[in-house]
Design a binder for this molecule. Structure first.
Ligand code: UDP
Length: 240
């Protein structure tokens, strides 16, 4: 696999079929394999956050989930070809789990959301084994119990939707304690499967304007999203 660096943050130059092949191979590994799906916001956050950067460096698959990363790669000649979104990869992995009777656990989202997401996943993928779910608003002192519940469930793949960068750091901190084949950070993917958040219509996705749709729907995110133009300016200056 070709791993490139965008502003010091490692990203794998994969397209969707390669990412799926890699994820499938992870089910055969002994130790927990970690998948992250950073966008430009996370790459910017990692500039100021050494733990986040260490977490991403230690991951086994890091897919480019942001159109800004693809633009940056084009400008800097880094070799990332296309955007591979975490939500799409999650869908592909779920389809694999359905075909091979693998089990999933969803950790994240407001109380009740992970359960609805699991129900919807089960309707679409009846052969998937739902090992369990837990909301993402547990307290620090409940972490050991949450991990115990996950470990007792004998799960193959754990989807962690605690929001970024919390989920990346959480997985990094507990990766030696988690008993699963794969842990994947999925951000708002849990809400999308629960139906509480809608994905941008395909036309926005195709034009690379999903971020713009999100800004229209969730205008309060504009502060966080200011990292995108800042990122592009940084990329252009680093080129010079
Ligand atoms: N979330 C969570 N626990 C937290 C903070 C957030 O489970 O302590 C969930 C939140 O409910 C949402 C998801 O994380 O389902 C994504 O949050 P956000 O929109 O902040 O992150 P992004 O989608 O940008 O990664």
């Amino acid at each position: 696999m070709n791993r490139v660096e965008i502003m010091g943050v490692p990203i794998d130059a994969v397209d969707m079929p390669k990412a799926v092949d890699q994820a499938v191979a992870f089910f055969q590994q002994e130790n927990l394999q970690v998948i992250y799906t950073p966008n430009t916001e996370i790459v910017m956050a990692a500039q100021q956050d050494p733990i986040l950067l260490d977490a991403i460096k230690a991951a086994n698959l890091v897919i480019p989930d942001g159109i800004g990363l693809i633009y940056a790669s084009k400008i800097l000649n880094k070799g990332l070809k296309e955007r591979v979104t975490g939500v799409d990869l999650m869908g592909e992995v779920l389809s694999y789990c359905n075909q091979h009777g693998k089990s999933i656990y969803i950790l994240g989202g407001k109380p009740g959301i992970a359960e609805v997401a699991c129900k919807n996943i089960q309707i679409k993928f009846p052969e998937i084994c739902i090992s369990g779910f837990n909301d993402g608003y547990f307290q620090e002192n409940e972490t050991a119990a949450v991990i115990e519940k996950i470990n007792q469930s004998n799960v193959d793949i754990l989807f962690v939707g605690l929001g970024a960068p919390k989920q990346e750091k959480w997985i990094f901190q507990y990766r030696d304690k988690l008993k699963a084949k794969i842990a994947m950070g999925v951000g708002g993917g849990v809400d999308i499967w629960a139906g509480t958040v809608k994905r941008a219509p395909e036309v926005y996705q195709k034009l690379g304007l999903e971020w713009f749709y999100r800004l229209l729907k969730e205008p309060w995110r504009y502060k966080r999203m200011m990292s995108l133009p800042k990122f592009m300016i940084k990329v252009l200056f680093s080129k010079k």
